[in-house]
Design a protein around this ligand. Structure first.
Ligand SMILES: *Cc1c(COP(=O)(O)O)cnc(C)c1O
Length: 223
């Protein structure tokens, strides 16, 4: 299957309201250009050190998302151009993003990553930590970040019911946080959930943004 055909099939299967972020990790600029030429302009990377060179080499009208674990010392390399950081998992990281946003005279859109999976290896805050962040004085004083919603990754399993219940939990957290902290803020509207193996379940459970790599570009070497 071609990248172009894969993109078309995935877009056809998703509701029009769900945004597709094509995840390009380990993929070459040539492979990414296949998707770009098919009209796709929203891409994501899981490592800051791969995001920067791709941003520099590829067309300027691409919207670049950062979806993977982000270390504080890497924020400055992506702060000038990143469209959305999906993986804010600590107040400390958000502080650094805010500082770099200020230096770059911009407001950086962010999602808070919530831990919904069973595996302990997946990053993210629990619901309580997320509330504490939003209630902190430090967050309230930030002018150069904008929290647009939540992100989560489900457990890697064939058990669809388990995956579905984790996505449902993230949706419930989103609704609760929206009501409590962002009732009049239309920007808080995104739920980033769903990858190649589970995006249909995620869409079903209220995802507004799916992050899909291998189903578009083919399996990665480590898979
Ligand atoms: C790699 C990655 C994806 C995409 O994974 P696929 O299974 O290839 O679709 C999505 N989100 C994050 C955070 C990733 O690191």
């Amino acid at each position: 299957m071609s990248v172009q055909q894969n993109l078309r099939d995935i877009k056809e299967s998703l509701p029009a309201s769900v945004k597709l972020v094509a995840i390009t990790k380990t993929k070459s600029p040539e492979q990414i250009m296949e998707a770009y030429k098919a009209g796709h302009k929203v891409f994501g990377e899981s490592k800051a050190q791969e995001l920067l060179p791709k941003y520099e080499q590829l067309p300027g009208d691409i919207e670049w998302h950062m979806v993977g674990h982000l270390q504080s010392n890497k924020v400055k390399t992506i702060a000038p151009f990143v469209s959305l950081i999906h993986s804010v998992d600590k107040l400390k990281l958000l502080k650094v993003i805010n500082k770099e946003g200020h230096k770059n005279k911009r407001v950086i859109p962010c999602l808070l990553q919530i831990h919904i999976a069973e595996e302990s290896t997946k990053f993210g805050m629990d619901f309580q930590e997320c509330c504490e962040l939003l209630e902190s004085e430090s967050y309230r004083g930030m002018k150069n970040v904008s929290i647009m919603g939540l992100m989560g990754m489900a457990t890697f399993t064939d058990n669809d019911e388990k995956v579905r219940s984790e996505f449902r939990r993230l949706k419930t957290y989103f609704d609760t946080i929206k009501q409590k902290y962002f009732p009049d803020d239309d920007r808080f509207s995104e739920i980033s959930m769903g990858m190649s193996d589970d995006y249909m379940l995620a869409a079903d459970e209220g995802s507004t943004m799916v992050r899909i790599g291998s189903a578009i570009f083919g399996k990665r070497p480590e898979n």
